[in-house]
Design a protein around this ligand. Structure first.
Ligand SMILES: [Zn+2]
Ligand SMILES: [Zn+2]
Length: 289
């Protein structure tokens, strides 16, 4: 089986929910997945697109974005073949409020993300650049993976998304002087204890860093800690569904990973990795001739 669980039906523009949450739009994603032999598809819209999120955190970006209705989104997704997920930010100190928001809906899974280190700024948005708040790359990387560890320890999430998003800018930002494995350590310790799934995300291939999240060394440490992986593209448009999956499958194979996580009503199981039969035959034929 292949999954693509971290999908956005909505682009980053505000006020487009009416266009995004339609049967036609969902069908475009489903068709793209079928073409690629991806059996399990789920949508995980950003929590901060929904007005309820302002109870969790009051940030200028969130205030701009938080216009959609979370209940309506959940109801809509249940009318489609898509699994119902949510990409929820971990916000330090807001654990109780995150918990009650998540408990109010019957999600299949919740993807936990660190996009912001609180008021210090954003990892992946230059308008609120977190790099301005830290003296050097090592202190920032250290703080980022502490946040990731805290996210895991809340026990509120099923999957930790883009696990080393901090590398997003690649060579445009200084690299830490320490071996990155030193910075990964607290995060991996939390994973060993809490056993939430780690996302293998091909989104990094579309970003300046040009590589899959997580880095190979981090993935190896996760494996040693007994972690299981979830597979996603973080697509924001149908043409990005299953983006870079050949690379992701090669990456997982090299690591010796043979099963991926599947979620239903927040229960996890694993399935053997592989495209659905017909699509694999077609892809093989294309390659052969
Ligand atoms: Zn994200
Ligand atoms: Zn996302």
């Amino acid at each position: 089986m292949l999954t693509d669980y971290h999908l956005h039906l909505r682009t980053d523009e505000v006020g487009k929910a009416a266009d995004a949450f339609t049967q036609e739009n969902a069908d475009r994603y489903v068709a793209a997945a079928e073409e690629q032999g991806i059996e399990e598809l789920g949508v995980s819209e950003h929590v901060y697109r929904f007005s309820d999120a302002l109870e969790i955190w009051d940030h200028p970006y969130w205030r701009d974005q938080a216009v959609d209705d979370l209940g309506a989104y959940c109801e809509f997704v249940r009318t489609t073949p898509l699994r119902l997920g949510l990409e929820a930010d971990y916000v330090r100190g807001a654990e109780d409020r995150i918990e009650s928001l998540l408990a109010a809906h019957d999600f299949d899974y919740v993807v936990g993300s660190v996009h912001y280190l609180g008021e210090k700024g954003a990892v992946d948005d230059q308008r609120y650049d977190v790099w301005d708040s830290f003296p050097d790359a090592d202190s920032l990387w250290g703080a980022y993976f502490e946040w990731q560890a805290e996210l895991v320890r809340t026990g509120l999430f099923d999957i930790v998304s883009h696990p080393d998003l901090i590398k997003i800018w690649g060579d445009d930002r200084p690299a830490p002087e320490r071996d990155p494995r030193f910075h990964y350590e607290p995060f991996v310790e939390a994973l060993a204890e809490y056993q939430i799934a780690v996302e293998v995300s091909t989104a990094g291939l579309r970003k300046p860093v040009g590589e899959i999240y997580p880095a190979r060394a981090l993935a190896e440490m996760c494996l040693e800690a007994g972690t299981e992986f979830a597979l996603s593209s973080d697509a924001h448009t149908p043409d990005q569904v299953g983006f870079g999956y050949d690379d992701a499958l090669a990456f997982l194979e090299e690591l010796g990973v043979e099963r991926i996580c599947v979620f239903e009503h927040r229960k996890r199981r694993t399935e053997p990795i592989g495209r659905t039969g017909l699509q694999q035959e077609e892809l093989d034929r294309e390659e052969a001739g």
